[in-house]
Design a binder for this molecule. Structure first.
Ligand SMILES: CN(C)C(=N)NCCC[C@H](N)C(=O)O
Length: 288
């Protein structure tokens, strides 16, 4: 099994992550809290109360973990394509796989990455939702003092299963939308690249950016539900499951609830995925 796709996926995931984390914090706050009037209001409040550091809450952990999930995503995607089409990454420009194979490989990668990602994403969301200023002397400490403390507290208070809260919604979110992600990327690269050649950097950036936007627009409804399920159980359980969370969110806030955070998700998705695909492609070309 070729491993360079896993390594390239990890490095490119880490680069994308640093760039996208401030957007991600604003998105999580908008999806789970009702105190903000919109993106600008949320950004101003975070900056005023928590300083610039507030935007980077919960980032150290994803660097080590979410980047690993990205490595699983790209590694599993590429190795599934290898199984389905018997072509390596280097051979795929000359013998392009069908869109069905790309979609299936993407869904497989999305499903497995969601499983690895679930506990880490939960911890990230819980830390991002702490609104206390960062390290103010004299003020009461936030509920979670860091990722390890957060993981230990969830385990103590909510048990092992508590660490997988929201995991079903995450898998439902990621399985089809990662298929969409790779189809959009490949489709755009093929459209703007002469047959048999590697796509240019500009093409990779644009195709990666739009792949991010297309997949995140499709993922946003379940992203909202996932974030809510992850915050559920903090003080008392509100939702019985994914369906119950969907129904009660719609009942209370209307259908628009499914599009909470769609603008910020898309704004984040373009640079993050442009950089992720560019670094991924170039790392593999250097090593190939
Ligand atoms: C819509 N979804 C779940 C995806 N497209 N997932 C693939 C990776 C996305 C990238 N790491 C990011 O954080 O945007």
């Amino acid at each position: 099994m070729p491993v360079e796709e896993f390594v390239a996926g990890w490095i490119s995931g880490a680069l994308g992550l640093v760039l996208g984390h401030p957007f991600d914090t604003v998105k999580v706050r908008l999806q789970t809290q009702t105190t903000y009037r919109g993106i600008t209001d949320c950004m101003v409040k975070i900056y005023r109360h928590e300083s610039l550091l507030g935007f980077f809450k919960g980032m150290s952990f994803p660097i080590a973990s979410v980047a690993v999930a990205n490595s699983v995503l790209f590694g599993v995607y590429s190795n599934t394509l290898l199984l389905l089409t018997a072509t390596s990454h280097q051979e795929r420009r000359a013998q392009p796989p069908s869109y069905t194979h790309i979609f299936l490989a993407g869904c497989t990668g999305g499903f497995l990455q969601a499983y690895c990602l679930a506990p880490f994403d939960l911890i990230k969301v819980r830390l991002q939702n702490q609104t206390e200023p960062v390290a103010q002397p004299g003020s009461p400490p936030p509920q979670y003092q860091g990722p390890v403390h957060c993981a230990a507290s969830i385990f103590r208070e909510e048990g092992y299963r508590g660490l997988f809260r929201g995991a079903w919604a995450l898998m439902l979110r990621d399985t089809p939308t990662v298929g969409i992600y790779f189809i959009t990327y490949e489709g755009l690269c093929r459209q703007y690249t002469p047959e048999g050649q590697n796509p240019s950097s500009a093409t990779v950036l644009v195709a990666g950016g739009f792949a991010g936007i297309a997949s995140w627009v499709a993922a946003t409804p379940l992203d909202v539900i996932k974030s809510r399920m992850q915050m559920d159980g903090l003080r008392r359980r509100v939702y019985q499951g994914v369906l119950d969370c969907m129904m009660s969110s719609v009942r209370q806030e209307g259908l628009g609830v499914f599009f909470r955070g769609v603008t910020i998700n898309s704004a984040r998705a373009f640079p993050v995925n442009a950089v992720t695909f560019l670094s991924y492609e170039y790392l593999l070309r250097w090593w190939g």
